[in-house]
Design a protein around this ligand. Structure first.
Ligand code: AMP
Length: 283
């Protein structure tokens, strides 16, 4: 497994792999690897003959008041975990080579970027789309793997790939969770013991929503208020949003039909956690 920092060296390595007829997978991450990342990597290794993982805490997707500086970074630990998975290449570019002085170009996927998480993080998805396009241009993967954990991100990336005629397949894989249902996230590290215990209300609320919908609930409002109640039972929780939306255009649904995304963001202390579930319901 090679660790490469320079864009030109990584291009050379990928070119060689392509000449050898390898099918290239890219798993973009911000590092502090956990089992959620590993689930994407395992799948990538099954489907492709060359697996590249990028580790890059992308400054352009953080607002000035967010956790860019304190985002957990531990490359030694990450390398140890990735080595076990048969990863071929780890790409850790410098911020100064991804965004050199006088950098000017950003990609915006309109409308989809302004909803859900885009309301409290208005520039976030512009940064995400930009870095994913840049990484795709550098590494030229056949398939890029993303987690359902960041449902809106995956939908936005798919839209960008389609709209910009990118020659790449985007795959979205299921959410890896702790035994108690808490979705794995590098940011879980920020939670103290009490907050971590309380954070299980997120998954509880999603399970309740699923149960209500499966047993016939028709109104998004009803489902959301019942989720709200569960979340509020943890007194340290502060809801950013709970939304039930169409999976294609991310617009709020009033009546529950078709493919439904239930997404939420909740603060525990200063830590903002996101989670979601997709439910398919007959029209
Ligand atoms: P991050 O390092 O948080 O930017 O995540 C890198 C990739 O891993 C993204 O595509 C995430 O959606 C995905 N990911 C993060 N957490 C999970 C999880 N718990 N289950 C599945 N995929 C995840």
């Amino acid at each position: 497994m090679k660790l490469i920092k320079s864009i030109s060296s990584v291009r050379k390595r990928i070119k060689l792999a392509k000449q050898q007829g390898k099918k290239i997978a890219l798993v973009p991450t911000m590092g502090y690897i956990h089992k959620g990342h590993l689930s994407l990597i395992k799948k990538a290794a099954k489907e492709c003959s060359f697996v590249a993982v990028s580790i890059f805490v992308n400054p352009s997707q953080f607002a000035p008041n967010e956790d860019y500086k304190k985002y957990p970074r531990d490359i030694k630990r990450d390398m140890r975990l990735l080595k076990k998975e048969g990863v071929d290449l780890v790409f850790t570019p410098f911020v100064s080579s991804m965004y050199p002085e006088n950098y000017k170009t950003y990609v915006t996927v309109e409308d989809l970027s302004n909803l859900l998480c885009g309301i409290s993080r208005p520039a976030h998805f512009k940064g995400v789309a930009t870095v994913v396009l840049k990484l795709s241009n550098i590494l030229r993967p056949d398939i890029a793997y993303f987690g359902q954990k960041d449902a809106q991100q995956a939908i936005i990336i798919k839209k960008m790939a389609k709209d910009l005629n990118m020659d790449i397949k985007i795959k979205t894989l299921p959410i890896a969770r702790e035994k108690n249902g808490l979705a794995l996230s590098s940011r879980n590290l920020y939670l103290n013991r009490k907050e971590r215990e309380n954070a299980v209300v997120i998954y509880k609320s999603l399970r309740k929503a699923k149960e209500l919908i499966k047993s016939g609930a028709q109104s998004a409002g009803t489902v959301i208020s019942s989720m709200r109640k569960i979340i509020k039972s943890a007194n340290t929780a502060k809801i950013d949003y709970i939304s039930i939306v169409d999976t294609e255009n991310l617009k709020p649904l009033k009546r529950l039909k078709g493919e439904i995304l239930i997404a939420l963001a909740v603060y525990f202390g200063r830590t903002r956690l996101i989670d979601n579930i997709i439910i398919r319901r007959k029209k």
